[in-house]
Design a protein around this ligand. Structure first.
Ligand SMILES: C[S@@+](CC[C@H](N)C(=O)[O-])C[C@H]1O[C@@H](n2cnc3c(N)ncnc32)[C@H](O)[C@@H]1O
Length: 258
């Protein structure tokens, strides 16, 4: 990419999927990279921005179903860079949020490879924008807690007791990888002391044509249909004025009243 310059690995945030939400720098690097190593969640329209001579490799892992191991990804980045090729390590959303960035940086640093991190719009922020809602609000929420549900892969983390304490008052809880058991998550949060009435929103495929938004209360999540993947769950009073496409309403679930 830069004749005469040392090859570099660029960790680039691809945002939630819509190419218009790429930063100018991300757009430019994707078009100029010699090698694009992208995660599964990076959308096809964004991958299509790669140069015609670029080598494009899907190194994605979903739910631990590893077509390729983390060590192999590290080795690929290092070996391409050592051959003088600029590598774009393209990650969904922002590379610093649940993106294994720390491990990959350590591998590059150990190998003496130069790198740079280019931020992207993370799913939570993109979802808030689509819902026209703030994540903090000085009237109700002064903190954001970002956690990983990790239930999509059937692994139990059980962090809800901790989260419940934190969101009791003025925190917006953002659950990445919430999995399909939203009713279980909701039940555990309520048992741990969270108000059943707190606004709760699931957004799937944020910014893509197939985006889905479902707004309810925490206890309304009992009735939420299985969410499409990828999806993100937002819980908090700051969301009370959100404009979602769909509301849950049935005889067993509470209906949000605003
Ligand atoms: C491994 S994490 C990567 C997060 C990413 N680095 C970010 O900043 O958005 C993957 C999870 O992010 C969330 N996610 C990423 N892109 C999304 C999208 N377009 N719509 C909804 N959720 C998304 C989902 O919870 C998904 O399971």
């Amino acid at each position: 990419m830069n004749p005469g310059a040392e090859a570099k690995v660029y960790f680039v945030g691809a945002g939630p999927g819509d190419p218009e939400l790429l930063t100018v720098k991300a757009h430019s690097l994707i078009g100029r990279g010699d090698v694009i190593l992208h995660d599964d969640l990076v959308s096809a329209p964004i991958i299509s921005l790669a140069g015609t001579n670029a080598r494009v490799v899907n190194v994605g892992k979903r739910c631990g179903a590893k077509a390729i191991t983390q060590e192999e990804i590290n080795r690929l980045m290092i070996s391409f860079a050592q051959r003088g090729m600029d590598v774009v390590r393209l990650k969904g959303g922002d590379p610093s949020i649940f993106g294994r960035l720390g491990e990959e940086i350590t591998a590059l640093a150990d190998a003496g490879i130069a790198f740079e991190v280019v931020p992207g719009i993370t799913a939570a922020v993109a979802a808030a924008a689509r819902l026209a809602t703030p994540l903090t609000d000085r009237r109700s929420s002064s903190k954001i807690l970002i956690v990983s549900g990790h239930r999509a892969c059937g692994t139990e983390r059980g962090g809800e007791k901790e989260w419940a304490k934190l969101i009791a008052e003025d925190t917006t809880l953002v659950v990445y990888m919430p999995g399909s058991d939203l009713s279980g998550l909701s039940r555990r949060l309520i048992e741990a002391g969270t108000s059943p009435e707190i606004p709760s929103i699931v957004v799937s495929n944020v910014s893509a044509p197939q985006e889905q938004q479902l707004m309810t209360t925490l206890d309304g999540l009992f009735c939420a249909p299985v969410n499409a993947s990828p999806s993100i769950l937002l819980i908090g009073w700051a969301l009370r004025g959100a404009k979602a496409h769909e509301f849950i309403e049935n005889e067993f679930c509470r209906v949000p009243v605003y």
